[in-house]
Ligand binder design. Structure first.
Ligand SMILES: C[S@@+](CC[C@H](N)C(=O)[O-])C[C@H]1O[C@@H](n2cnc3c(N)ncnc32)[C@H](O)[C@@H]1O
Ligand code: SF4
Ligand code: SF4
Length: 364
């Protein structure tokens, strides 16, 4: 039975409202009503956390976000907010009160690509300028978040270079389908092209002097594996020491399931009742045999810490290779990439391994 004394990893989805119109996320089509959104009273019931991600929808749409952050800092060692970066003034205002907060601004490539994908007026400049202002303020934990798809893969390394020059973090993801993204038709079409761009990024990260970047290289290696529809490189332990809570107070294992899975509702119960309740156990059993094979930082970061020997061994092998070779990593280390290149597996077969419903109807 999970122990509520142990610090957890939590994601708080403060709203489902959003001002953007991203092509890979339909969250804006199913917004929450402000009057239904999670209150400070419910947030006070959350357990102690070693890491909290605040996300949405667009979290800065909530004008009481500062109060939420103030409350969460009473129980969380580290907070990172994911945002589209549009509400610059609100972001700066919050950062002035909480200079230790982490901010990840989602930017989907260079200016033209980003603005086409995100549907936010002048979105790239707003996000980029917000990051510069945060840096001027002296914030350390800031950076870019990019969700890679066919359209923006050619910009991947270029955007990484920009983040690197600015000395900022660079977090990546690739297309997923789930209730959370209100999307079931996302799929990478040209897997080889997208993987080649990841390969370049991985080699740059491996050649850096930063151990954090070497482990990011492993995460990106896992993304290649994911877009080819293969089994996760590490187990998924969501709902055991990690949780999500949505704007309605529903506690969930993760954001990757096809349909929303609910462990309990925190508006109506205490944290102990939810976390140690019967419904939570039912959900944990489902998670144990989940076949969706997501590879998103929310579920991978805890797994990389828990099963550290596996990424660590991968890093050691590739760092040794980097002494002798300009290109220590090849995507063809992955058998599935070789099989696809050699025509042993077809595109249609790989499509069948994805969660895209156009091709199959995998249940969580
Ligand atoms: C859903 S957004 C919420 C926070 C904020 N609105 C933003 O865009 O950063 C959180 C993260 O999910 C990413 N994302 C959006 N659609 C996705 C999808 N279909 N698969 C994986 N990640 C996705 C976004 O790029 C962003 O980095
Ligand atoms: S990715 Fe973020 S900004 Fe884009 S629609 Fe989804 S919630 Fe809104
Ligand atoms: S693999 Fe399953 S349990 Fe893990 S994050 Fe994805 S949907 Fe959730």
């Amino acid at each position: 039975m999970p122990n509520n004394e142990k610090k957890l990893n939590g994601t708080v989805i403060v709203t489902y409202r959003c001002n953007a119109r991203c092509n890979m996320c339909n969250r804006y089509k199913e917004p929450s009503r402000p009057e239904d959104e999670i209150t400070i009273e419910t947030i006070k019931k959350l357990p102690r956390m070693y890491f909290t991600n605040i996300t949405g929808g667009e979290p800065f749409i909530r004008e009481d976000l500062k109060e939420i952050v103030r409350e969460l800092y009473k129980k969380s060692d580290r907070i990172v907010i994911s945002t589209n970066g549009f509400f610059t003034d609100r972001i700066i205002d919050l950062a002035k009160e909480f200079p230790q907060v982490g901010i990840r601004i989602s930017i989907e490539g260079l200016e033209k690509t980003n603005n086409e994908i995100r549907g936010l007026e002048n979105g790239y400049q707003r996000g980029y300028q917000t990051l510069l202002k945060l840096r001027e303020l002296g914030l350390k934990d800031i950076g870019f978040g990019m969700t890679v798809q066919d359209k923006n893969a050619p910009d991947l390394v270029k955007l990484y270079d920009i983040s690197d020059e600015l000395g900022m973090e660079f977090a990546t993801a690739s297309l997923h389908n789930s209730f959370y993204f209100v999307e079931s038709h996302n799929v990478i079409r040209d897997r080889q092209m997208v993987a080649e761009n990841f390969e370049q990024l991985i080699n740059k990260l491996l050649k850096s002097k930063s151990p954090k970047k070497w482990f990011r290289a492993y995460f990106n290696h896992g993304l290649i594996n994911y877009i080819y529809g293969q089994k996760r490189l590490l187990p998924c332990d969501m709902s055991f020491d990690t949780f999500f809570i949505d704007p309605f107070g529903d506690v969930m294992p993760c954001n990757g399931t096809k349909n929303k899975e609910v462990m309990g509702n925190l508006n109506q119960s205490t944290w102990d009742e939810v976390w140690n309740g019967e419904q939570a156990e039912v959900v944990r059993k489902k998670v144990r045999c989940c076949e969706r094979q997501c590879w998103m930082i929310g579920s991978v970061s805890p797994a990389m810490h828990k099963y550290i020997w596996k990424p660590a061994w991968w890093v050691v092998r590739h760092k040794i290779k980097s002494v002798f070779s300009k290109k220590p990593y090849s995507m063809y280390e992955n058998k599935i990439c070789r099989d696809y290149r050699d025509g042993k597996v077809t595109k249609e077969q790989l499509d069948q391994c994805s969660t895209c419903e156009f091709h199959n109807d995998k249940q969580s």
